[in-house]
Design a protein around this ligand. Structure first.
Ligand code: DLL
Length: 433
């Protein structure tokens, strides 16, 4: 069992002490080994000795994705390349990729963190995990892989793609756990139904889903379709990869591995730290990382933190679900829209499949939102009136949630492209023009 009681159940005082100590050492380290941070701190007139407790973190500079790009590929590394044993990279949608480098110690922390997650989901060494996250530069596949091995359970390194083969092996090998993106889980469920193999021939019981935003309604849908208990896992390559936070059996927010990652919520506008409970941008400082430590990395992910004790016994701060990224938020006719809001509405209605696409365009100088959604087999009809009624029904619900009119395009099942990794749910044509 990788239930690290000494780190997951610290008292607030113990935690503050440990975090303060680790922050002091971290700042000392980056000041002397990363010219980028030394320069930033000098510009702000801060010396390592100014950082004494964890509260002093607010004195430190932020780091952004742009800083990573500007220092591509190795500029933010704090150790010589001879100490780096693994590189990952994110392609990003624009500009240069960003690199992350791990020392052997960093990899051991990562394995422990993912193993901690799996333990929180109720898994142990008797489980067999099918990992359907992509293996490669993406951190999902290898990150989960080593966590499973660290736990002592069995890993099937499936990667993404080849869904029929995946299902066959999950069946034949008696896999008990599936790790992939929630959108790929849906695709797997759909493909599994088509195989006609009775569900009770599968031994799956746990799902480990993350790498993209998903809603509570999506959780219910996946759990019902696959007959499993679905858990959230969160992470980002810049900070580590999967395993930065994870749900426990209470599924009421994700526990952050605070002995390694110090979380803050800031206002993306003023950059001020916000109190617990308030929603804002999540920021992480990697307290123990050797290869590429980051001070106050701005994730762009929007959520809130809850410090109250959890009945599971872990005392770590929990983060709410990510409702979106500040750069994924659509502004349509002045109204803020997150794809997750649309997802929630669609999944509450029995008439629709959980597959949708948002297309935003500018028509006659006005923003226009089209929502394409698949109608379930039994509800698709040739009778125009029925379809018009259905359109009105969903348009009305969306209007009350978004405060905005959306054009609805009802499409037949299986018309919207399925995802095997992170789903692309938005096409913003305004950006293409
Ligand atoms: O997605 C790492 C990961 C792999 C996490 C597998 C979980 C499972 P990146 O490709 O760097 O790393 O993307 C990180 O994905 O900033 C969030 O916007 C989003 N994200 C990750 N997990 C979740 C989640 C991996 N559980 C970015 N819920 C992050 C919502 C998530 N968004």
């Amino acid at each position: 069992m990788i239930w690290n009681i000494s780190k997951e159940c610290m008292t607030p005082e113990e935690k503050r002490h440990l975090q303060g100590e680790r922050l002091r050492k971290l700042v000392e380290r980056v000041y002397h080994s990363v010219p980028f941070y030394r320069q930033k701190m000098q510009e702000m007139d801060i010396m390592p000795r100014d950082i004494r407790t964890i509260d002093d973190i607010v004195k430190l500079p932020f780091t952004t994705k742009q800083d990573l790009r500007d220092n591509y590929p190795y500029g933010l590394f704090a150790v010589p390349l001879s100490e780096i044993v693994r590189l990952h990279a994110s392609s990003g949608t624009t500009g240069k990729p960003t690199t992350v480098g791990y020392t052997r110690y960093d990899l051991s922390v990562w394995s422990e963190m993912t193993a901690r997650c799996l333990t929180a989901y109720g898994a142990d060494r008797n489980d067999i995990f099918s990992v359907g996250y992509g293996y490669g530069l993406f951190t999902g596949g290898l990150g989960m892989h080593y966590g499973v091995e660290h736990l002592g359970a069995t890993v099937i390194p499936m990667s993404s793609g080849n869904t029929s083969k995946h299902i066959q092996l999950v069946h034949d090998f008696g896999a008990t756990a599936l790790a992939c993106t929630p959108s790929y889980a849906l695709y797997i469920a759909e493909t599994l139904e088509k195989t006609g193999i009775p569900r009770d021939e599968f031994k799956l019981r746990i799902g480990i889903f993350g790498a993209e935003p998903w809603t509570e309604n999506m959780r219910k849908e996946i759990e019902a379709k696959l007959g499993i208990d679905a858990y959230n896992i969160y992470g980002l390559s810049e900070v580590m990869g999967p395993g930065v936070s994870y749900e426990c059996q209470y599924k009421d927010g994700s526990h952050i591995g605070e002995d390694h990652f110090y979380p803050e919520i800031i206002s993306p506008d003023t950059l001020e730290q916000l109190p617990y409970g308030q929603e804002g941008e999540l920021v992480f400082t990697t307290l123990t990382k050797e290869g590429m430590p980051l001070l106050r990395y701005r994730t762009k992910d929007l959520c809130a933190l809850d410090p109250t004790p959890c009945p599971c016994g872990r005392t770590s701060v929990r983060m709410s679900r990510i409702m979106g990224r500040s750069d994924d938020m659509l502004i349509i006719r002045g109204v803020n829209v997150f794809p997750s809001q649309v997802e929630s509405v669609i999944l509450e209605m029995e008439e629709f499949e959980p597959h949708y696409l948002l297309i935003v365009d500018r028509v006659n100088n006005l923003d226009n939102l089209e929502v394409q959604v698949e109608v379930k087999d039994g509800f698709y009809s040739d009778e125009i009136n029925k379809m018009i009624e259905l359109k009105k029904k969903i348009a009305g619900r969306l209007h009350s949630v978004l405060g905005l009119h959306a054009d609805i395009k009802l499409v037949e099942p299986y018309t919207i492209e399925r995802s095997q990794g992170k789903a692309q749910r938005v096409i913003d044509k305004r950006k293409l023009n």
